[in-house]
Design a protein around this ligand. Sequence first.
Ligand code: ADP
Ligand code: ZN
Length: 824
Amino acid sequence: MTSPLYAQVALDVPLFTALSYRVPDHLRDDIALGQLVQVPFRNRSKTGLITDLTSELDDPALAPKIRDLYDLVDAEPLLSTNDLKFLSFVADYYLSPIGEVVRLAIPSAVRVEGIKHYRRLPDDQRPASATPLPLDLADALASLSSEEPSPVASLREAYPDLTYHRLSELERRGLVEVTYQESGSLKPKTERYFKLLPRPRGTLTGRLGSNQLKILKLLDGMPSLSLPEIREHIPSPYSSLSALEDRGLITSWEEEVYRDPFENAPVEAPPEFDLTERQLHAVNAVAEARNAGRFEGFVLHGVTGSGKTETYVRIIRDTLAEGRRALVLLPEIALTPQFVGVFRSHFGERIAVLHSGLTPAQKFDQWRQIRRDEVDIVIGARSALFAPINNLGVIVVDEEHDSSFKQEEGTRYNARDMALVRAKLASAQVILGSATPILESFHNAQLGRLTYLPMPERVAARAMPPVDIVDMRRGPHNPTAGPSNLLSARLLSELDNTLHDQKQAILFLNRRGFSPCVLCESCGHIFECPNCDVSLTYHRRMEALRCHHCDFSLRMPESCPQCQHTGIERKGVGTEQLENHLHELYPRARVARLDRDTGAGPRLQQLLSSFRRREIDILVGTQMVTKGHDFPDVTLVGVVLADMSLNFPDFRAAERTFQLLTQVAGRAGRADSPGKVIIQTYTPDHYSLLTAQNHDFSTFAQHELAQRQAMGYPPFGHLIALKFEGTHEGATVQATRDYATAARRLLRSDRTFGDNIAMLGPAMAPIGRINNRSRWQLLLKASDRALLRRFAIRTLELAKHFEAGQPQHRNVRIIIDVDPLNML
Ligand code: ADP
Ligand code: ZN
């Protein structure tokens, strides 16, 4: 008897470890790491992924309880061994269930509904082959239907000889059509294609209709045309096509087409620049690591307009020339369509794009194109980190400081940090690019863990824009009064100049809506969200009060619900009001607004491209306007209220403010016309503002790093937040306290922990309630990351123990946030 074989299978269930299953004998030869399999779970069958194969169990006593796995979904592993290593690392690092992490790497189409189906292709659609098929394969092929796609399991039931190996081989040879499907699931999109058949002499009998003749002419000299392509010329070709096909003049077949996710056309091919010295240095530094075949991480610290994008392009081109592939991570693709446009102009169609705006069908298509090695470059938002890219040579993380790289639900990973891990496993290089690297990256560069590549100047000797700080404390300004006090004389006169010169301006105000606060002028009642601890924002276009944290909204009331008084006051100014105000001030200027309320998708693209085409003079917006846009005619950037982000209860507030100001300032003067930046503030002496004014990252970093060091905050200390959320306030508080008690016990009983780990809390989160869930937290802090992780795990285990006597814990959700970014 052979020794048993066990598979560790990651299931999409909240378990921290993969589950063990026995591999039945008939599957032993076919089983492999990274395969999708069907397994029994409770009393159902579930799809999971094999993360490990062993001949022994960790706990041999369990052997009699281990069940057999049912079957393979596909013999072809879905993920490579390296991918699996990576996923296990992520699960470990973020203390997240492996099944949940695996889910990140596999699109839902494959994961849940997608059982592999096979269909035999008709003879005329198979590639011609010189050598006849081996007998076993011919048999296998013959057992498949050419009509209905069949799932593997039922095929194997009917034909035990139909091994996975044979099916894979048929697939490899292009003899079968493969689809992933089950009732109602996503199917690859197909299109009907037509081509001319070679016409034996004298076979043409009968006359052809004019449409038929047109079709023949159209197809002549073409390898094939799809139905939509034919319809472009002949509006309703159906009957003619089938008549031609009946006469044996043409043939048709279904072929898979990929749903095109590009809303953006490629931009015009840019001229070939001579690289600047700094760009060249960066390209060469990366080449050196690549040639040595070694992992290396680089911080490309380039001021706005220093030519980072061009640098990425060259690095990627070199990487592709070596036969390796590239991954580019961007914060928000929708906001920077021209970035993808630049890449398309350089690299054409061999790019896949993955982002949250895609439909599941588009994602599925892109994912499969990547897995089939049909593309060389994957561009995407954070989730693209998990794209199944073979032979990965380089990862670029553009705008690496952006907080959208951190996922704030499920597995709370940070794609920037994990990009370094993935690259290391692949001996690839990573480029972290930003005008404002986060202090963690900068500090690691100072320590020599990452290689620092500075690009302190803009290309073509363009100047950094001068930045003026306007002290709003002087003069009759009252920020809560209304829009007329919101724009200083200085900013208004610069706006005048910009309009006069027919240039464009961006005004940045980090608050959407019309007024962020609405109250009764008689009794002072403030309109608050019934579900969240925040005040409601007045939105004028909808004439409603809305919560920005849940989807609560209320028609703007006419009177106070508390005292029936009809005088309701709106305090403060948001982007909607600012836009209105500018319309009134400049009736002839074209003013538009960009924020979360002005639409996504095509409307967003329209807005951006009309600003680019100079159909808008002044663009008002939230931080969406600060992202890496490149609008050549923007010469003025106004920051309406710089203090907003400083007032956040978060140790990163100063850094965020510096980043925002530097980024938004960088939108000015990017082409030949010099730019100008005006920052309005009530705290003109704050170092974030002063250093941003002077484009002085290093002074800012020095100052901020000293403070972080004194407080033991990142990058000097590491954090794990335990967040507690529950519908019942009392139970939530109790759970937080119980965990705190467990942690405190550990700190007291174990000196290694006690001397090195600090616990902050229990504390209510700065926003104590969102969507009717109370929010409490514990913050664990230590300079030794491994120790902190061990401590968190021990605390969770310990707390679980007395959870048994605390049934109310069951209704409290415990979120483990490693390296938390969002402190609200
Ligand atoms: P960043 O990404 O650093 O903000 P970009 O890569 O967008 O900067 O470059 C800014 C502008 O300079 C772009 O219009 C780009 O085409 C141009 N550019 C880049 N590199 C060069 C170069 N070596 N010589 C001239 N122009 C360049
Ligand atoms: Zn709310």
